[in-house]
Design a protein around this ligand. Structure first.
Ligand code: ATR
Length: 278
């Protein structure tokens, strides 16, 4: 039975059972004494409207949106935050009565996670983004929003990298060219799925020209150490996996819903414990 005193939150997606969002949000609700519950809800593409309606009727106050609904959810919103609109994707929804307002915390979450390891001179840094899909788009838009226009995007399909730049001042390169000049970058960010279980022994770009001054960031957090990051460690590079981005996007969603800042270290511990520790 639904308890009307309990605030209800959710993440919707397909697949969804592997999601760690319930673990981290529920850990924070408990620690902060907030009477709320966050659950994973399996929602297929053709079921989106009906399932969202059901969530609203059940008194859900907010939900995260993940693959494959980040674009389609926009059609169901009453309002969209300008940054989410610029990205063209929504991962966080606030429910107010029957009204839905959409946000994107993936891009800002990534940016905050990068500040943890590279806090000073991002504007003067040579930044390489590998991949040109939805995740890359959120990241590049977050850079732009923070005044960082000079990014290089490299992708298997170089046309998609060109599209992502949209006439901004960055540069699009084929993978081989970016690999050939890898030593020129201060930061290289993998936004592709290469390194996850399906292709765990691959790297998204050849690392022959990697040097120790380049910071490597992977948005993958399962596994915690991709081949890309392991190779970076071997070369003496600073590396960061996808856990900080994941928890920062979650923390920003949490704040949008509750107006309170959650404990990032509790979120981090929860994820790392679940993924087998580090
Ligand atoms: P997301 O929305 O999660 O970013 P996506 O839109 O499917 O996912 O984008 C995945 C990115 O990884 C794309 O840049 C894709 O390259 P293409 O644009 O050429 O498809 C890249 N990618 C995925 N699998 C790849 C592979 N095996 N080799 C190289 N690039 C790959």
């Amino acid at each position: 039975m639904y308890d009307k005193h309990l605030s209800k939150y959710a993440v919707i997606g397909d697949p969804i059972m592997q999601s760690m969002s319930p673990d981290i949000h529920n850990a924070c609700f408990e620690q902060m004494g907030i009477d709320a519950e966050y659950e994973a809800v399996h929602v297929r593409k053709d079921d989106l409207e009906q399932k969202v309606k059901a969530l609203i009727e059940a008194g859900c106050k907010g939900f995260n949106v993940t693959i494959p609904h980040k674009l389609d959810i926009i059609n169901l919103l009453d309002e969209i935050d300008p940054f989410a609109e610029a990205i063209g994707a929504v991962n966080t929804v606030i429910v107010e009565g029957s009204k839905l307002k959409g946000y994107n915390t993936d891009g800002p979450g990534f940016y905050q996670s990068l500040l943890e390891i590279h806090p000073l001179n991002l504007k003067e840094s040579n930044i390489l983004v590998i991949g040109a899909g939805g995740a890359a788009r959120a990241i590049v838009k977050a850079f732009l929003l923070n005044g960082i226009e000079q990014v290089t995007i490299t992708n298997r399909t170089v046309e998609k990298a060109v599209e992502l730049l949209e006439g901004d001042n960055g540069q699009a390169l084929p993978l081989e060219e970016a690999a050939a000049r890898l030593d020129r970058y201060d930061i290289a960010i993998n936004t592709t799925p290469i390194g996850m279980v399906q292709n765990i022994n691959e790297t998204p770009i050849s690392l022959n020209n990697l040097e120790s001054h380049t910071v490597l960031v992977d948005i993958i957090y399962n596994p915690l150490m991709t081949k890309f990051l392991k190779a970076g460690l071997e070369k003496g590079c600073t590396v960061q996996n996808g856990v900080p981005m994941f928890i920062h996007q979650a923390a920003l969603s949490f704040e949008l819903w509750t107006g309170r800042k959650p404990d990032l270290s509790l979120m981090k511990r929860t994820v790392e414990q679940k993924l087998g520790g580090k």
